[in-house]
Design a protein around this ligand. Structure first.
Ligand code: PLP
Length: 358
């Protein structure tokens, strides 16, 4: 090791899902939306004026902030935007998690939380989910420097009832409680109404899943005016121009089209429920996912083996090696009906070929 390396901020980075280069694969591994963004997004892209790229974008991102505020019926001062919810969450960690006490999050959850905590040197404690992969609100009634969890949880898809989210918020008035609602639009009940009553609650959402815009990187947080002010202070101390002009215009076009959003989300929910039926018929076990993915295992098949067989057949799903108790599970993104049928057909044949005779 060279001397200068002693002063490097060493980190173990987050591992995103694979983005294979080849075409004609069925990509069910990163919870992207199978449908295109709202038609207005392509139109806005067509109208984008290269000449305007000379100028810095609006550091306040006022137009997009305002559209998001109107969509949810909250004042602009309660909305913060960033480059995907990953950026928003990182800013939240930096702004609010500055206690000597550990922040809390589940043991099986979004695998970026511990990466940010380590990078920012925030002490943390992972609270085990129960045997059914459910989060138990009572476990969060303990000394802590802040709380963060996805709802529905990732990669399990389990939805925590709003009353339990409220119980966590009510039990922890002295710290910020972050509800990461990346998947809330696929059948969950949002904690947004809690923001009014609990100044310590911040809700984070994204355009990446339910609005089909993972490629554009748009995320947002809704919280009390005071919390959003603190968040903006940190953002402007770090990078004032996080969102570019074109992305802002595309985001505005996307959120204005409520009808298209509801239609595509509705299709994904229907496909998810049909896929659950098919997978159950094949003997899979899974919880009642309220997200755009299903976290499933087959009692007679190893997770890594099925993952590899699917991948060889050009069907990409996600497998997590850690912790050990989820090693036999696959997280399968809900795509189109055709994609899910292809997956089901492959698995049916696979079980006939490789599985023990049931
Ligand atoms: C996808 C996801 C995010 C990040 O989404 P981006 O907005 O694309 O950065 C955050 N949290 C959870 C739980 C997710 O699954």
């Amino acid at each position: 090791m060279e001397r200068w390396e002693e002063h490097v901020r060493r980190v173990v980075p987050y591992t995103p899902g694979e983005q294979p280069k080849q075409e004609h694969i069925i990509k069910l591994n990163t919870n992207e939306n199978p449908y295109p963004p709202a038609p207005g997004v392509a139109a806005a892209l067509g109208m984008a004026d290269a000449e305007l790229l000379r100028l810095y974008p609006d550091p306040l991102v006022s137009e997009l902030v305002h559209e998001i505020g109107s969509f949810y019926g909250v004042p602009d001062e309660q909305v913060f935007v960033g480059v995907g919810s990953d950026d928003v969450l990182a800013m939240i960690f930096m702004t609010f998690f500055n206690s000597d006490k550990p922040i809390l999050f589940p043991d099986i959850t979004y695998s970026f939380y511990d990466v940010w905590a380590r990078m920012l040197r925030i002490p943390f404690r992972q609270i085990p989910l129960d045997g059914n992969f459910r989060l138990c609100a009572r476990d969060y009634e303990t000394v802590n420097g802040g709380i963060v969890f996805p709802n529905p949880n990732a990669p399990t898809g389990e939805l925590l009832p709003l009353s339990d989210v409220e119980a966590v918020a009510a039990a922890n008035p002295d710290v910020i409680v972050v509800v990461d609602e990346a998947y809330i639009d696929f059948g969950g009940v949002s904690a947004l109404p809690l923001v009014e009553r609990y100044k310590n609650v911040i809700v984070v959402q994204t355009f990446s899943k339910s609005r089909s815009m993972a490629g554009s990187r748009i995320g947002y947080a809704i919280g009390s005016k005071k919390a959003i002010r603190y968040l903006n202070d940190v953002k402007y101390s770090f990078n004032s121009y996080t969102m570019d002009r074109i992305t802002i215009a595309l985001g505005v076009a996307a959120i204005r089209d409520r009808a298209y959003f509801e239609e595509t989300v509705g299709k994904i929910i229907r496909t998810r429920e049909n896929t659950k039926k098919e997978l159950a018929t094949l003997g899979f076990e899974f919880g009642d996912s309220k997200a755009n993915f299903i976290f499933a295992r087959h009692p007679k098949v190893s997770g890594p083996a099925l993952f590899a067989a699917l991948r060889k057949a050009g069907i990409y799903v996600r497998h997590f090696k850690e912790p050990a108790r989820i090693n036999d599970y696959l997280r399968i993104t809900v795509g189109t009906d055709e994609q899910m049928q292809a997956l089901v057909n492959f698995v049916r044949d696979y079980l006939k070929r490789e599985g023990p005779v049931v």
